[in-house]
Design a protein around this ligand. Structure first.
Ligand SMILES: Nc1ncnc2c1ncn2[C@@H]1O[C@H](COP(=O)(O)OP(=O)(O)O)[C@@H](O)[C@H]1O
Ligand SMILES: N[C@@H](CCOP(=O)(O)O)C(=O)O
Length: 317
């Protein structure tokens, strides 16, 4: 018996909800934008094999790979010591990109392990564990990548659980990763430890107004609220080309532009496909810095993880 799980890329913060709001991403061309992890039986011990377009930028020592750490933690949590497992990671997302790369690996690994052992953890316990493991990488626990990657759509983190938020079906989210790495931990270290009262009030007001507008399907208000008063002012200057691209995308008619997660990926919201394609073309020509970069026109998938009860990665090789 073997299990494979796909976990989509995700966009943390969505400008208006630092650490609290995140969205799963699905390219409209049907291509994969997320990692896959397979779990299969082995005679003894744990092993990890990596493949995929971005496998070469993973830590060379498998012991440093978050997927193996997920397996160790899962085994310890469930008292499964001594079990033999062969894990395979298909690394399809660039690292340090702002596309929730480590979260995608964490979600795929823990969901695959849970499915392989017949679901001993419920979704709530699993999500909690995912947040803890993701926190070990970025330096502090935040759920705005793991929750949407696991559950799909737009997810708001309430104190004890993730709450799905209705989005706008006509919006296209164009994401562009320039091809350089920015560590989430370092981008978090740029942020101040405390914020002014006026900033805190504006943050709360914008997030509340955005969530309300989503529920009322009031596009104009929702778009007007897509601003980041907490992180972007401290991060924008550290992302090469971000401010220039932001201005050009607004000139092209994009309704909102922001940093995806901690960057350097940028996102732009377009209200129709033609505008999205024009933004993608601009970004491909002016924001991408090397062959590792990527641009995708996405929508927000209702589904997060996808599970196969077979080892689809090794079967395809
Ligand atoms: N499976 C994995 N996927 C992504 N990063 C991993 C993985 N395993 C270990 N890492 C390490 O975790 C860190 C990920 O950095 P981070 O800036 O959080 O990336 P991202 O924002 O893309 O999640 C890097 O140091 C990377 O080497
Ligand atoms: N809320 C976090 C999101 C980090 O996302 P990543 O994809 O850059 O890891 C933050 O803004 O630090």
């Amino acid at each position: 018996m073997a299990v494979t799980v796909y976990a989509p890329a995700s966009m943390g913060n969505v400008s208006v909800g630092f650490d609290l709001l995140g969205a799963a991403l699905a390219p409209v061309d049907g291509s994969l934008l997320g990692d896959r992890v397979s779990v299969a039986a082995a005679d003894q011990g744990l092993s990890l094999r990596c493949c995929g377009a971005y496998a070469d930028v993973l830590p060379p020592d498998p012991a440093s790979n978050i997927v193996l750490r997920c397996a160790e933690r899962f085994i310890e949590r469930l008292g499964l010591e001594g079990v033999g497992l062969k894990l395979t990671l298909e690394k399809n997302l660039p690292i340090g990109s702002g596309l929730g790369s480590s979260a995608s690996s964490v979600v795929a690994a823990l969901a695959a392990l849970n499915a392989y052992f017949d679901s001993p953890l419920d979704d709530q316990a699993l999500l909690h564990l995912m947040g803890e493991l993701e926190g070990e990488i970025s330096g502090s626990v935040h759920y705005d990548n793991v929750a949407p990657s696991f559950l799909g759509g737009l997810q708001l983190m309430l104190p004890e659980r993730a709450q799905p938020v209705p989005s706008f079906d006509n919006w296209y989210w164009v994401v562009a990763y320039p091809g350089i790495t920015l560590s989430t931990a370092k981008m978090r270290a740029l942020l101040p430890k405390q914020v002014e009262m006026a900033t805190a009030i504006r943050f709360g007001q914008q997030l509340a107004a955005f969530i309300d507008a989503c529920h009322r399907q009031d596009e104009e208000t929702a778009l007007a609220m897509l601003q980041d008063v907490l992180a972007e002012p401290h991060r924008a200057a550290h992302i090469p080309g971000y401010q220039a691209a932001r201005g050009h995308l607004s000139d092209l008619g994009c309704a909102a532009v922001g940093i995806s997660g901690s960057g350097p990926t940028l996102f732009a919201v377009a209200r129709n496909r033609a505008q999205a394609e024009a933004a993608a073309e601009y970004l491909g020509q002016h924001y991408i810095m090397n062959e590792r970069g990527l641009v995708r026109v996405c929508q927000l998938p209702q589904q997060g993880i996808q599970i196969w009860q077979e080892d689809v990665i090794n079967a395809a090789l």
